[in-house]
Design a binder for this molecule. Structure first.
Ligand SMILES: [Zn+2]
Length: 493
């Protein structure tokens, strides 16, 4: 499917709601997801067969133009080929919406394109393998782009093609309100099942944004740095360039409770008969108790994730509203993963990285709404290892050091606050906004001046994700891709 271009003044956003479907509706969901899988696997087999045939013919010495023609694996090509086969391979095809088959074919077309580009070296990142068959255990999902897609005015039902009216587990008011006042338009709806067996609908929505006058922006400190920590009592630490800590957000009790419950369930599962027997190193049939614990683990995971997301949403909204410039680090900027070791510490670091990624994503669109700016520090910027007092560096700082103690100037400071201060100073040059001093605000570090903060001048550069700039719109496309195609998210998890 061609990438959808978001018009000016609008942002694409996903609204996800848990569903309470009837058993009959669950059967329809499953049927549609199965149909998507059938189309995906049938056409994957066909593409594979054509490739194998061509390969064999080449080894017989046939010329390129004598080979069996390759299958066109664009979405349109796959759709055409599927339509000519469906009467034979899936005589029941009319029972499901055509969107179901389209979901499977779209996933396949994307997978083949990624593989092909990756093989030719046209795709950045990790090598992408040839698409695999979807199994009964693959995540079930189906995406609707046409037909009746509606959020009902009672705020507790949605209507989807073929599936009809479905009760939602939570209120849809956030989206319903926007649709009623005409500032939102639904582009598509994806119904999917999560690991705990709950069904969700994710609406991809085009939202009109009027950039709010920065009336409440700037009520707080103009420039802040944000450090995302690994400790429960300091999930997020916010500080100013002059060294004041303005906010410290700790994890709510419900989050620690959810995580404790998750660990307890995982310990329980370890004691039960799982699918692998460590004594004989063979597979075995897991016990029903083990399966039951796995379902509970899935639900506990989903709950913990929801609580965490809520905390991050509240924090990023406050940040984007209160401050003009917010500086965050990029992923794993502290470079201290290797200092881990203990399983739990490694887990926390991974959670902090995930939280940081979410914070950056949320800030990138929320700063657009409120007219503030988010600045991303270069990934090698040593925010934790630099002394906020004298600017010298301490290369041997580990995650276990909760206090930063400087041997040079004698400063003793909370580690997270120290990092947040360093980040905030990186943002000082953006204070006046883009209309500023004409020094080119894309690099915050280059003009930080000869004021003794030497370490920052070394290699640090920043990326401005500006309200009007192109950076923001390209980043935003990424966001759309990530939240919109729910399937890719599920496979990554
Ligand atoms: Zn120092």
């Amino acid at each position: 499917m061609a990438r959808f271009q978001v018009p000016d003044g609008s942002t694409a956003q996903a609204y996800k709601f848990a569903l309470d479907p009837t058993p009959a509706q669950v059967r329809t969901f499953r049927s549609h997801a199965g149909a998507a899988r059938k189309a995906h696997n049938t056409m994957l087999a066909a593409v594979k067969a054509a490739l194998d045939q061509r390969h064999a013919e080449r080894t017989y010495g046939l010329a390129e133009d004598e080979l069996t023609p390759a299958l066109n694996w664009s979405l349109a090509g796959l759709r055409k080929a599927w339509n000519s086969r469906k009467h034979v391979v899936a005589p029941w095809w009319a029972e499901n919406s055509k969107e179901a088959y389209n979901t499977g074919l779209d996933a396949l077309a994307r997978g083949l394109e990624a593989w092909s580009k990756s093989r030719k070296g046209q795709r950045a990142g990790k090598a992408v393998g040839f698409p695999r068959y979807k199994t009964a255990r693959s995540r079930r999902s189906v995406r609707f782009t046409t037909g009746t897609i509606r959020v009902e005015t009672d705020r507790h039902h949605v209507t989807l093609p073929r599936l009809g009216r479905i009760r939602t587990h939570e209120s849809t008011r956030k989206l319903a309100r926007r649709i009623e006042n005409g500032t939102a338009r639904i582009l598509s709806a994806t119904v999917s099942e999560d690991s705990s067996g709950r069904w969700h609908v994710a609406f991809q929505v085009l939202v009109q944004r009027t950039v709010e006058v920065p009336g409440h922006v700037g009520l707080g400190e103009p420039v802040v740095g944000v450090d995302v920590g690994v400790k429960a009592d300091s999930l997020i630490v916010v500080a100013t360039p002059d060294g004041r800590e303005v906010d410290r957000i700790s994890a709510p009790k419900s989050l620690s409770a959810a995580q404790a419950r998750l660990r307890a369930l995982q310990r329980r599962a370890a004691r039960q008969r799982g699918p692998y027997d460590p004594a004989t190193k063979t597979k075995q049939t897991p016990s029903n108790r083990w399966r039951k614990t796995q379902r509970r683990i899935g639900r506990a995971h989903a709950h913990a994730a929801a609580v965490r997301l809520d905390v991050l949403h509240k924090a990023t909204t406050a940040l984007a509203r209160r401050h003009r410039v917010i500086v965050v680090e990029t992923l794993n900027a502290s470079g201290m993963r290797s200092a881990g070791g203990a399983y739990k510490r490694g887990l926390n670091r991974a959670l902090a990285d995930a939280a940081l990624a979410q914070i950056r994503r949320m800030l990138s669109y929320k700063t657009r709404w409120y007219g503030s700016t988010v600045v991303e520090a270069d990934r090698f910027f040593p925010s934790s290892k630099t002394c906020s007092g004298c600017g010298r560096r301490k290369p041997n700082l580990t995650l276990a050091d909760r206090m930063y103690v400087c041997e040079h100037c004698g400063v003793m400071i909370d580690r997270d606050r120290n990092a947040a201060i360093n980040l905030a100073r990186l943002g000082e040059t953006h204070r006046t906004g883009d209309t500023g001093t004409g020094t080119g605000s894309s690099s915050a570090a280059t003009d930080s001046g000869g004021d003794g903060r030497g370490a920052m001048q070394e290699s640090a550069t920043t990326r401005v994700v500006d309200a009007a700039g192109e950076e923001a719109s390209t980043r935003h496309d990424n966001t759309v891709g990530r939240t919109g195609t729910a399937s890719s998210e599920g496979e990554a998890a």
